[in-house]
Design a protein around this ligand. Structure first.
Ligand SMILES: [Mg+2]
Length: 370
């Protein structure tokens, strides 16, 4: 079944985040952007994927439109494993973790959407998962730095029914504001510092936070590939989560062999797509490592995370970014209710974008054909 067209579109959604808009990679982050990838086959069937995302959109899109899409066009959409092997080999000199792998991830997710539609089964069923109505979600708060805003947003997320809330703060003061916020008594709190600390500071901070009952401490060490320093922080006692910046299956193998993590966080729009996620989850489970996907996405990348997590993880926990979008072409599936998200039951990823909403927020489209 030949792939005949690949289209990339940017959907740009206004949002609020419970505090002032932050800067991200030097850019003011005042719109949530989805790099949407549409793959069409010779029979006219269409699949949707999402490639990473955020401030990387311009570079991921350039890699997709200029190199990756032309490599994929004309290939067999049903041979997903063969395509992954071939495309990632063809681009490996261009980077094993970055734009080219992100771009392919978007296509790969769309191929699973197509496979499910062709089989008339949801992806979770193709992966052998149980039929569940909904999945537990956690609120992934943004970075506020102001303890009063941390407290306000933790209380708001708890009152919306979240029982798990993740902070993105780098001081103990701001972290304690979250832990002690009204409503936090019945909530487990996680802390993600996005690689803010060099190893000695990371160990000191892990010591100072050790009695604070954090469910996990995420990416405490700069740089993220310093797996041995990460292991030294883990030895201080708080469970360590990492993996959103890891290159593929072998990146997780390195984390596991170093004894660096308790929780693995592969990211479907970055890591190579659903097939690579499945391998990583199996590897982690064989080593007694929990997997909670990194998925602060707003389109097919988030939906793909639901399907994979639901199929392969006994008690999934889905990351939902604590933002309020004006609208989203994948509504209401990309939003949580009472701390849970619904698992789509339709074929493929189970949700196609609403064309009217897509048109309203579309920033531009590039189509490549075979
Ligand atoms: Mg993180």
């Amino acid at each position: 079944m030949k792939i005949t067209a690949i289209e990339s579109s940017v959907i740009s959604l206004p949002f609020t985040m419970g505090g002032p808009h932050a800067r991200f990679a030097g850019q003011l982050w005042d719109h949530l952007e989805i790099l949407l990838v549409k793959v069409e086959t010779e029979d006219g069937l269409v699949g949707w994927g999402e490639a990473f995302g955020h401030a990387a959109i311009a570079s991921t899109r350039a890699a997709l439109d200029s190199i990756v899409a032309p490599l994929v066009l004309g290939r067999d959409a049903t041979d997903i494993n063969g395509l992954t092997r071939s495309i990632l080999h063809a681009t490996h000199l261009l980077g094993r973790n970055g734009s080219f792998v992100y771009a392919y991830s978007g296509i790969e997710i769309a191929l699973w959407d197509l496979a499910g539609k062709r089989a008339n089964k949801p992806v979770w069923q193709l992966l052998g998962g149980p039929d569940r109505a909904e999945l537990q979600a956690y609120a992934s708060l943004l970075w506020y730095s102001d303890p009063a805003l941390v407290e306000k947003n933790v209380t708001a997320a708890a009152s919306q029914g979240y029982r798990y809330i993740k902070l993105h703060e780098v001081t103990r003061e701001a972290t304690l504001a979250g832990l002690e916020a009204p409503g936090a008594e019945n909530v487990r709190i996680m802390l993600d510092v996005n690689c803010a600390w060099l190893p000695p500071q990371a160990r000191d901070m892990a010591d100072s936070l050790a009695g604070d009952h954090l469910l996990w401490l995420e990416e405490p060490v700069w740089p993220p590939e310093d797996v041995h320093s990460l292991a030294s922080v883990r030895a201080r006692g708080i469970p360590i989560a990492a993996g959103e910046n890891v290159a593929g299956l072998f990146g997780f193998k390195s984390l596991i062999e170093a004894g660096a993590i308790d929780i693995a966080q592969p990211s479907v729009t970055k890591i190579g797509g659903i097939g690579e996620m499945v391998k990583i989850i199996h590897l982690c489970q064989a080593h007694g490592i929990e997997v909670f996907p990194h998925c602060p996405y707003f389109g097919p990348g988030l939906l793909a995370s639901y399907h994979v997590a639901s199929a392969l993880i006994e008690n999934p926990l889905i990351e939902i970014l604590w933002v309020d979008m004006e609208a989203n072409p994948f509504d209401p599936w990309v939003r949580s209710t009472n701390g849970h998200v619904r698992l789509p039951q339709g074929p493929g990823l189970g949700v196609d974008p609403d064309p009217e909403v897509m048109e309203r927020y579309r920033k531009g489209t590039v189509t490549r054909t075979a």
